[in-house]
Design a protein around this ligand. Structure first.
Ligand SMILES: Cc1ncc(COP(=O)(O)O)c(C=O)c1O
Length: 391
């Protein structure tokens, strides 16, 4: 008889060190419950605008079903270069400085792998998107955490960054507008970060997937700051701004040396992003501004509704200036983030995500997404109030 296989012994050690996403757990718990309102998902509640879907359908009808260049369609890269030049005044060469990827998720993974040697430290600013720490660990790097604070509106300060840098630091990973807090950083805030980054000669990975979703003031693109273009790996995509999560389409922009290193990984692991999604992205850039701005205006109205509603209930809520999340404190209720989220779901059928899922810095907070219809937000607020009053 042949020897029995023990599959677990073949799993790489790092897999046992990376916990599963805390967000998933809440969806699993909620599935099966009826009449649930979800403020849990970080996904637009809109369907992709029709003209974008139509461009994709047309391309399929024309038989455009092939691989593309590993870098992505030239036309898409040219549109992206024009878009950044006109919107942010930063120039990228479409032939050597732009890589089209399958989501910011892939761009992030490839960016980290392209710059990380075993043991290199990458600084993560928390509360943060759940994929950052695992991506660094999968690449053999060491995540070093900075916990931002409500008192600073969850901004990263130059002092905090300086204190976290060691001789092993390779890069700092920033994300403004931020998931999960909705915090943004203005030009002056980012200039202070740029000074520290240059002084210590490290890179910046800037995840700007929410750049179009800012309220009360525009977005500052990190690579548009003086001297920062070649020090930044800029990540952005179509999921959030154009309600295109299922298309899995994004891009990275950086200096040619970094992009060709990223390309090497992308080429052998992904080959190219799907052509239909790339065609949709071209259409979004060419003709999608109007629809996108309409969605952003609607998020803004919902933002006001949920921020004032939560504050009235007594869940103190920092005013988010970007993305589509609010991050109220539940500390005054005496419950932990997890107790609050779990009981709110079981007793009132409202799904939220405990803040500590996004790192220690999120302890005592809750992430609520307002990429949900106005009616659902209103009903969720009624239920949350009933829950808090019943404590
Ligand atoms: C900050 C941040 N980065 C990246 C992603 C992943 O985006 P994509 O759909 O482009 O992979 C998300 C999704 O929620 C996010 O919030």
């Amino acid at each position: 008889m042949r020897k029995a296989c023990t599959p677990s012994k073949f799993v790489a050690d790092v897999m046992n060190k990376v916990p599963p996403s805390g967000i998933r757990r809440y969806f699993d718990l909620a599935s099966g419950l009826e009449d649930v309102i979800s403020l849990g998902v970080g996904e637009p509640d809109y369907v992709t605008p029709w003209h974008i879907r139509e461009a994709c359908i047309h391309s399929l009808e024309c038989g455009e079903t092939s691989y593309t260049s590993n870098y992505g369609l030239v036309e898409l890269r040219e549109e992206l270069a024009d878009h950044y030049a006109s919107k942010y005044g930063v120039n990228y060469n479409p032939n050597s400085e732009i890589l089209v990827t399958s989501g910011v998720s892939e761009a992030l993974d490839v960016a980290i792998r392209a710059i990380t040697n075993p043991g290199d430290e990458i600084i993560v600013v928390q509360p943060s998107y759940v994929a950052y720490v695992p991506s660094i660990m999968f690449a053999g790097g060491v995540p070093v955490i900075i916990s931002t604070k409500l008192e600073n509106n969850f901004k990263l300060t130059a002092e905090e960054l300086e204190a976290a840098i060691t001789p092993k630091t390779k890069a700092v990973l920033i994300n403004y507008p931020n998931n999960p807090t909705g915090a943004t950083m203005g030009k002056a805030d980012l200039e202070a970060i740029a000074d520290v980054v240059c002084e210590h000669d490290i890179m910046v990975i800037s995840d700007e997937v929410y750049d179009c979703l800012t309220y009360n003031g525009g977005h500052t693109c990190f690579s548009s700051l003086e001297g920062m273009r070649d020090r930044t790996i800029l990540l952005n995509g179509f999921s959030k701004a154009y309600a295109m999560t299922g298309f899995r389409l994004a891009y990275a922009m950086a200096s040619p040396k970094i992009i060709s290193a990223m390309m090497l990984i992308h080429q052998y692991s992904m080959l190219c992003a799907p052509i239909t999604a790339q065609i949709g992205a071209i259409e979004a850039l060419k003709n999608g501004k109007h629809e996108m701005e309409k969605m952003v205006r609607d998020y803004d109205r919902r933002r006001h509704l949920i921020v004032s509603g939560l504050n009235k209930i007594g869940l103190k809520c920092f005013e988010p200036k970007g993305a589509f999340y609010v991050f109220p404190s539940v500390r005054d209720t005496g419950l932990s983030s997890e107790e609050f989220a779990e009981r709110l779901m079981n007793e009132q059928k409202v799904v939220t995500i405990p803040g500590n899922v996004f790192g220690e810095a999120g302890t005592g907070f809750l992430r609520c997404s307002y990429a949900t219809s106005r009616e659902e937000i209103e009903e969720a607020l009624v239920r949350i109030e009933a829950f808090v009053n019943g404590l």
